[in-house]
Design a protein around this ligand. Structure first.
Ligand code: ZN
Length: 326
């Protein structure tokens, strides 16, 4: 049987805001009395999902998270979302190692809810899932480009505080912002390293290859979220190879937001990764929002001749190795 049939899989790049079944999100929203822009379930599904037929620009894609983050903005909602994501990943894909990322400050209703409660709820969701399914799960706290440095420092504090309870790393996500500089985050990333946290960062997705150089120069991450645009430039690829950072590639996400324009370009991306011996893993970014899952991602890459069966198995092994979970 070709990989990944039956194999245990690891997934490292999953946003909680994109990973919960719309039916569950709908129930959570109603249980909390949240006013949604539609009373029709199927229109709600359209509102929180992307498909090749309903492609979105990168900005439109990120704006979908506004709804999912609002719905997930309570301890009860977070616990259920985390639990459902892990349970679904195991049942559907036999994922036995998962790193789940979210920004707790985008789920506290502008400060109305206590961040510690949100974090504890996520830990409870993991604990509940671990009683039922053999999945090792870690949380990555997402800092945000639209936040002030001070707010992001608070997020680092939370990540460090909960590092003994399942937080395994930090990330920077969110839409591009004028004046945002990776170099401003040197101290935060150094401190996170000292706290024993794993370091990843979104770069080389909507931004060009220079963002990948910036993060290597200033943040020395263990992994880079996406990073595919590094392949536009040979020098950047050499830097990347030397740094040892592993890419978290999310194929369907990149295709549906236009970051990678079609399968031809996808093939070129992986050819370049191969040529420069840059380590990579395969991920969904958010399986429910993008209406995919890790097995589908691998099947797509295999059927389009982007990666061979052995290469997919190697990418999966690389994900287990590059995980921040002990
Ligand atoms: Zn992402």
């Amino acid at each position: 049987m070709p990989f990944p049939d039956g194999a245990e899989l690891a997934e490292l790049h999953v946003h909680l805001g994109g990973s919960v079944d719309p039916a569950v999100m709908w129930e959570i929203a109603h249980a909390q009395g949240i006013r949604l822009p539609t009373k029709d379930y199927w229109r709600f599904v359209d509102l929180v999902t992307v498909t090749p037929k309903r492609k979105k620009t990168f900005e439109e894609y990120l704006s979908l998270f506004r709804w999912t983050e609002l719905i997930q903005s309570s301890p009860i909602a977070i616990e259920r979302s985390v639990y459902q994501t892990i349970a679904g990943a195991y049942r559907r894909n036999n994922i036995t190692l998962m790193e789940l990322r979210f920004n707790p400050m985008k789920r506290n209703r502008g400060g109305e809810q206590d961040l510690d409660h949100i974090m504890m709820a996520a830990v409870r969701g993991i604990d509940r899932a671990s009683l039922e399914y053999p999945v090792k799960t870690g949380i990555i706290v997402c800092l945000d480009r639209t936040f002030t440095l001070k707010m992001n420092e608070v997020l680092l504090e939370k990540a460090a505080k909960f590092s003994s309870r399942g937080v395994v790393g930090i990330d920077i996500a969110g839409p591009p912002v004028d004046g945002f500089k990776y170099s401003d985050y040197r101290a935060i990333y150094r401190r996170a390293r000292r706290e024993g946290l794993g370091l990843t960062v979104h770069a080389g997705e909507d931004e060009g290859h220079s963002s990948v150089r910036d993060v290597i120069d200033h943040l020395q991450p263990d992994r880079i979220g996406h990073g595919v645009r590094a392949t536009e430039d040979g020098k950047t690829m050499e830097m990347l190879e030397k740094s040892g950072a592993v890419l978290e590639v999310c194929p369907t996400s990149n295709l549906n937001t236009g970051v990678v324009r079609g399968m031809e370009e996808m093939r070129a991306v992986f050819q370049s990764l191969r040529r420069f011996r840059v380590g990579f893993t395969i991920n969904t970014d958010g399986p429910e929002m993008l209406m995919t899952n890790l097995r589908k991602e691998m099947a797509l890459l295999a059927s389009e001749g982007v990666l061979k069966t052995e290469e997919l198995a190697r990418a999966n092994a690389a994900a287990f190795r590059a995980s921040f979970i002990e």
